[in-house]
Design a protein around this ligand. Structure first.
Ligand code: WTA
Length: 643
């Protein structure tokens, strides 16, 4: 298959699509471009409840945007109460499956009660609008319940992915200034318990501002509870009312902060607010996933990442969809777990990542082929470019050449999908996110902001603010300004390289900064380097992403050691563990390479470009634990630099 193969939408799909045919897409796009305020006001009025109307739709004090200025609303109200009035009370909101095989089907009515009860728990403990909560939970229904309860009261939440370590958790609690942590005893993954409460206990040794830890019982394992600080969720809920009015909050009220890797050692807290985020995530649910009333929609991401926030919780629930949540691993008890879920729950829309697809391909077609996948009607992909081989397999073996594939490009910062094919309108080319969604004005430019030509590589920027966009970096507006709006003057800098072909299709080429993409998770080289140099034996470290067949990139570390006798084998193992402890298991390096010196420029900057070359082209070979002499490379590079 070549890059230019094109798959036109099938007539049957076009006939029933929410946006049907190329003309309809073009018209929608034109209106959003020409009259953005009218366009978004119309979307916002059509579907949502507002306690107070906005005075104007958009305000732009570069680089700070406001949407639906002066309006009052509540995201939890729109995700729950609104559906009780519009005939969805008995519809299943969350269809949940635990890894051990337990199942829960929660209607909108029931979810409303659960959220109200937990909101009352938070209220009874004295939490109110403006407070911040950290949520560190397994993929159980109480995770979205906790998020929605916070949103209901105007408490800003930050969900920390359960795979993050106590260290990472602590940094986030502190940066956010959280006073309450919502967690569970543990969760199930590959039939083992992920011990969450233990990590919370470790993190809280240095977080004196946290007053309460609320613990949901999931695994039932024996855990210590600290008197006065730790409370069981079920105890606090006893006798609590299942009615709790939603707090009307400003459209620009901080809904959540989600930490993501940037180019420094410190993760940055991406702030999303209320009105614009709600409107655009919901609109993109309908456009990109062609969402219909009876769809059973499953996004396999973890709620701890932005994909889970926007497309497991807020987007689907605001749209009144049935959203499927699965707690565990795809290979437990066997490699057909996902396909068994699709078959048993009659999933119609599946949204996953290229990494997961590649891992499943490796296990062979017999696993999906054992199951009836005929309920599927649409497939989605997110997190990294999908390579043609993975696309083809997804299309053929999972979608049986019947389901369109939507390759969705977006970021934690964008809040909602930005570039993706509308499945009943835009012909797809495997590997391309195709065209921008209504209201999104991308461009490929050089460093001065000048557009590059057709098929030329350049920086992907967005020329105009959009409703769901990042509002600032929590506590650091200067960094927000310089990282996103100061790189190329006047436009939003995505950090991705891209090219645009003659049909206007966008091809994402990967990051231009020191951010790796490991299994679709963002990880900064600096973050891993900082973790490594905290180890007493390490003098210096340089980290690069190395191409990897399954995970896209893998973490490869070059390390110089302090004086002393070191057992490289043992230390290699120890450092891998160390990084997992400092950041989280997903950041565990694939390779540790010890070296006498790191290649540096004359000014002393580590030449990562060179190291990337080394790991990509294997100009310098060596196994994990041999000592490498990079001084040769350094000398060569220095010569090259001088020329
Ligand atoms: C990459 C995930 C190519 C990209 C929603 C981006 C993609 C980063 C795609 C954001 C895609 C995401 N095609 N690349 N469809 N989707 N990326 O913040 O480099 O975890 O900048 O958000 O992932 O990752 P993040």
């Amino acid at each position: 298959m070549t890059e230019t193969s094109t798959y036109a939408p099938k007539p049957e799909f076009v006939a029933q699509a929410n946006v049907s045919g190329m003309e309809a897409y073009r018209e929608l796009y034109r209106r959003a471009e020409e009259t953005p305020e009218e366009f978004w006001a119309e979307v916002a009025e059509r579907e949502f409840d507002w306690f107070e109307k906005w005075s104007h739709v958009f305000e732009w004090n570069p680089p700070f945007a406001k949407w639906f200025v002066g309006a009052k609303t509540n995201v939890a109200y729109n995700c729950l109460d609104r559906h009780l009035k519009n005939g969805r009370a008995q519809k299943i909101a969350i269809l949940w499956e635990g890894e051990p095989g337990d199942e829960r089907k929660i209607t909108y009515q029931e979810l409303h009660s659960m959220v109200c009860r937990f909101a009352n728990v938070l209220k009874n403990r004295g939490y109110k609008s403006g407070d911040r909560a950290i949520i560190y939970m397994p993929m159980i229904p109480e995770l979205p319940v906790a998020m929605l309860a916070c949103a209901r009261l105007g408490i800003t939440h930050s969900v920390v992915f359960g795979g993050f370590s106590a260290e990472a958790l602590k940094a986030r609690i502190k940066d956010l200034g959280a006073t309450v942590v919502i967690t569970a005893d543990g969760g199930w993954r590959r039939a083992k318990e992920v011990k969450l409460k233990a990590a919370v206990d470790e993190a809280l040794l240095e977080c004196p501002d946290v007053r309460d830890v609320i613990v949901r019982k999931r695994t039932g394992s024996d855990i210590p509870m600290k008197d006065g600080r730790d409370h069981w969720w079920h105890d606090l809920e006893e006798g609590v009312s299942s009615e709790c009015p939603a707090e009307p909050v400003d459209a620009e009220h901080p809904l959540y902060v989600l930490y993501t890797s940037g180019t420094t050692g410190q993760p940055k807290g991406i702030l999303h607010t209320t009105g614009g985020y709600m409107v655009q995530t919901t609109a993109t649910m309908r456009w990109v996933f062609d969402l219909k009333e009876n769809d059973v929609y499953w996004c396999s991401a973890d709620i701890g990442w932005v994909t889970g926030h926007s497309y497991i919780v807020y987007g689907p629930l605001a749209a009144g969809a049935t959203t499927v949540i699965y707690e565990g691993a795809p290979d437990t008890p066997a490699f057909d777990r996902w396909w068994s879920i699709v078959e048993r729950h009659r999933i119609t829309i599946l949204y996953t990542s290229p990494t997961a697809i590649r891992a499943l391909i490796r296990q062979g077609d017999e696993w999906p082929n054992k199951h009836d996948l005929s309920s599927l009607r649409l497939l989605g992909s997110v997190g990294e470019p999908i390579n043609p081989a993975a696309w083809e397999w997804y299309y053929r073996v999972i979608g049986k050449q019947r389901c369109p594939i939507v390759d969705t490009w977006w970021q934690t910062e964008t809040g909602s999908i930005m570039i993706a094919p509308l499945p009943g309108a835009i012909p797809t080319k495997p590997g391309s996110g195709t065209l921008p969604l209504p209201g999104v004005l991308p461009q490929v430019v050089d460093m001065s902001g000048k557009p590059v030509g057709v098929d030329q590589e350049g920086f992907l920027v967005i020329r105009r603010p959009w409703p769901a966009m990042i509002r600032t970096i929590w506590g650091d507006p200067k960094r927000y300004e310089s990282q996103y709006w100061g790189r190329v003057p006047g436009v939003y800098f995505t950090g991705d390289a891209a090219r645009c072909d003659a049909d206007g299709y966008y091809w994402i080429l990967g990051r231009v900064d020191d951010v790796m993409n490991v299994s679709g998770h963002r990880l900064s080289t600096m973050e891993v380097e900082s973790a490594l140099v905290r180890h007493p034996a390490v003098a210096e470290a340089a980290v690069v992403g190395k191409p990897h067949e399954i995970t896209g990139q893998a973490v490869c570390c070059f390390v110089t050691l302090k004086q002393g006798n070191h057992d490289h084998n043992a230390l290699g193992t120890e450092l891998r563990k160390w990084v997992a402890h400092e950041i989280g298991a997903f950041a565990r390096p694939e390779e540790i390479r010890f070296t006498e010196a790191l290649p540096k420029t004359r000014s002393g900057k580590i030449m990562r470009r060179l190291l990337r070359e080394i790991v990509t082209t294997r100009t310098v070979t060596g196994d994990v634990t041999t000592l490498e002499d990079l001084t040769v490379v350094t000398r060569l590079a220095a010569q090259r630099d001088e020329e």
